[in-house]
Write a protein that binds this ligand. Structure first.
Ligand SMILES: CSC[C@@H](O)[C@@H](O)C(=O)COP(=O)(O)O
Ligand SMILES: [Zn+2]
Length: 188
C-alpha cells in the first residue's frame, strides 16, 4: 500500500494528505488512516475496519472516506481494493460535469478505455457524484448507483475513486481514468 500510495503521491495526485487506499482481507479491510501523508505511509498509518460497513476494528482514526470504500466492497464482493485520488484532469472533468448538471460523463473511442476493463471499450459512461460535505451521503449514493459495469467514479470538484480485484489494478484504473480525462479535455 505504501509503495502504490507513494507512486500516486509522486505524480501529484495525493497532495497534502489527499487520497485514501484500502485492501480487503476477508471480511475486513486495511485502509489508510485519516490525514496522513500518502507519500510516506508506514505500518502506523493504516487501520483495520470491517470491509462492508467500515466499522473501526483497530488502529488510529480511519479515512474520512471509509464509508465510500465500504459501499464499494458491499456492492462488489469480488472487489479486493479501492483507491481514491485527486488527479487534476479527472477532478476538472468532474467539476465541469457537476457544473453542467450531468450525472455521468461519456468517453468514446480512446484506446485507453480498454484499461478500465469495460464490456464496450468504444463508449463508457462514468458516473459523477455530488461532493456532499456529509460523506456518508456520498457513500449512500454510491451504493445506490454503481452497477459493476464501470470500476471508476468521479466526485464533483473532488477526485476519482477506482476499484478492482487487486490494489495494482485499482491503481491502474486511476491512471486510465486520469489519462482519459486529459484526452477528453484536450478534445472538447
Ligand atoms: C487534503 S483534504 C482531502 C480530504 O478531505 C479527503 O478528500 C481525502 O481524500 C483524504 O481524506 P482522509 O481522511 O485522509 O482519507
Ligand atoms: Zn478525497
Amino acid at each position: 500500500m505504501a509503495e502504490v500510495a507513494r507512486g500516486l503521491y509522486q505524480r501529484g495526485w495525493l497532495d497534502g494528505t489527499a487520497g485514501n487506499l484500502s485492501v480487503r482481507i476477508g471480511d475486513q479491510a486495511l485502509i489508510t488512516a485519516s490525514g496522513r501523508s500518502k507519500g510516506e505511509l508506514t505500518d502506523a498509518d493504516v487501520v483495520l475496519v470491517e470491509a462492508e460497513t467500515g466499522a473501526h476494528i483497530s488502529g488510529p482514526k480511519p479515512s474520512a472516506e471509509t464509508c465510500i470504500h465500504a459501499a464499494i466492497y458491499k456492492a462488489f464482493p469480488d472487489c479486493g481494493a479501492v483507491v481514491h485520488a485527486h488527479p487534476p484532469y479527472a477532478t476538472a472533468v468532474a467539476a465541469r460535469a457537476m457544473a453542467a448538471g450531468q450525472e455521468s460523463v461519456r468517453f468514446t473511442d480512446f484506446e485507453i478505455i480498454k484499461g478500465l476493463g469495460v464490456a464496450d471499450p468504444h463508449a463508457v459512461d462514468v458516473l459523477v457524484f455530488t461532493n456532499w460535505s456529509d460523506v456518508p451521503r456520498i457513500a449512500a449514493e454510491v451504493g445506490e448507483r454503481v452497477d459493476g459495469s464501470v470500476p471508476v467514479l468521479l466526485i464533483g470538484h473532488h477526485g476519482v475513486t477506482a476499484w478492482g480485484p487487486t490494489l495494482e489494478i485499482a491503481r491502474n484504473r486511476v491512471e486510465c481514468i486520469e489519462a482519459l480525462c486529459r484526452l477528453h479535455l484536450l478534445t472538447n
